[in-house]
Ligand binder design. Structure first.
Ligand SMILES: *[C@@H]1O[C@H](CO)[C@@H](O)[C@H](O)[C@H]1NC(C)=O
Ligand SMILES: *[C@@H]1O[C@H](CO)[C@@H](O)[C@H](O)[C@H]1NC(C)=O
Length: 356
């Protein structure tokens, strides 16, 4: 899935070749935990794009800076000429829209009548009461910004790539590296963190300067390339601004599977089912993932859902991405042609220079 905000990274070994780097992004995740003691929820496999990277790839846990493959094995079988990486941003805060919905849900919980008990939480208190008292630590200003864990994601990714392709990331190639990013703050910040990770690779133990003072310069912003979907008229008309384009998603939101979850959650939390909606339920589900990823805690929101609920909510998110970003409409993928043309042109150029 090429959901928006990205960065693109390009590194070439040929001395004359330019190094451009871009990154694509739009995730969320992660915790400040000891690697040996990760807080996990049984719901973790169902978070889709909100999955912590280390949950998707537990191999990252023992040493997040070590490449997952043997660099020598790679260099024996082929000679890397250029590296182009399309990278999503690191772990981020919820968006302002998600935070508003969460606040609405919190208000609903606090408006419960005294004496409403519902399902008991682990400590014997009702889950509704536990959630009403659970701190709402997200504020509007956070609006999808990169969190410290997200910076760490990017620094560690840079170190892994540099170790995996030592010839490409040689000291003399450093100044030729290019990073292209979308203008989303979480992507610009991810790009800067990536460069700071590389700085660590070249200057171990030396604190990195401001990215503006780095040899390769700060990430270049190019929304036409990295947010191609915002510039594709056909996509905007047929999908993005089309109120009926996601009718399958709307149908599922009001269908029996979702209604079943609404009824269950209303009973569990002792709130009127009419005050709940599929959108609020989805935010509650993602709050479990955000609390895990950002705070490293398993919040009571994770106890609201069982595995069957998680499968339905995962499907709802997949369905939306299928119609909005994936195979649902042909224009969804076609809108990325400019980006892939750019990537292939740079690869062709690198091969040509290598042949000469
Ligand atoms: C719940 O819904 C009722 C009407 O359906 C509305 O009057 C009430 O304000 C809602 N409660 C909250 C806390 O939003
Ligand atoms: C909006 O989407 C619907 C469903 O795919 C489609 O039938 C309709 O033609 C679209 N409208 C525009 C303006 O493209």
């Amino acid at each position: 899935m090429l959901r928006g905000h990205g960065r693109l990274l390009r590194v070439t070994a040929a001395p004359v070749a330019a190094l451009a780097v871009a990154l694509v992004s739009s995730l969320s995740r992660c915790s400040l935990l000891e690697p040996e003691d990760p807080v996990v929820s049984a719901l973790s496999p169902y978070f889709g794009t909100k999955t912590r990277y280390e949950d998707a790839n537990p191999g990252l846990l023992p040493n997040p800076e070590a490449p997952r493959r043997d660099p020598e094995l790679l260099e024996e079988t082929c000679t890397p000429v250029q590296l182009v990486a399309l990278i999503r941003h690191g772990t981020r805060y919820p968006t302002a829209k998600q935070i508003r919905k969460l606040r609405q849900l919190h208000g609903l919980l606090q408006a419960r009548r005294p004496g409403d008990d519902g399902t008991r939480a682990a400590g014997g208190r009702s889950l509704g009461a536990a959630l009403a008292n659970w701190p709402l630590w997200y504020a509007d200003w956070m609006d999808g910004q990169l969190v410290e864990k997200g910076r760490q994601d990017m620094r560690q990714l840079a170190l892994r790539l540099a170790s995996l392709f030592p010839a490409l990331f040689s000291r003399e190639n450093y100044g030729r590296l290019q990073l292209v990013t979308s203008s989303k703050h979480r992507c610009v910040d991810s790009g800067a963190a990536f460069l700071q990770g590389l700085w660590q690779h070249y200057h171990p133990g030396v604190p990195p300067p401001d990215v503006a003072d780095m040899e390769c310069g700060p990430p270049r912003i190019n929304d036409k390339l990295m947010r191609f979907f915002d510039y594709c008229e056909k996509f905007l008309t047929q999908v993005e601004k089309n109120a009926t384009a996601l009718y399958h998603v709307e149908a599922f939101k009001t269908g029996p599977e979702m209604q079943n979850i609404l009824n269950k959650v209303a009973a569990t939390l002792q709130v009127p089912v009419n005050n709940l909606s599929a959108d609020l339920i989805q935010v509650a589900f993602f709050t479990c993932s955000f609390d895990l990823a950002i705070k490293g805690v398993k919040s009571p929101w994770c106890d609201v859902f069982d595995i069957d609920d998680a499968k339905v909510l995962e499907y709802l998110n997949d369905l939306k991405q299928y119609w909005k970003r994936g195979y649902g409409y042909t224009i969804n993928s076609r809108s990325s042609c400019t980006l892939f043309q750019d990537i292939f042109q740079h690869l062709d150029k690198a091969i040509e220079q290598k042949k000469r």
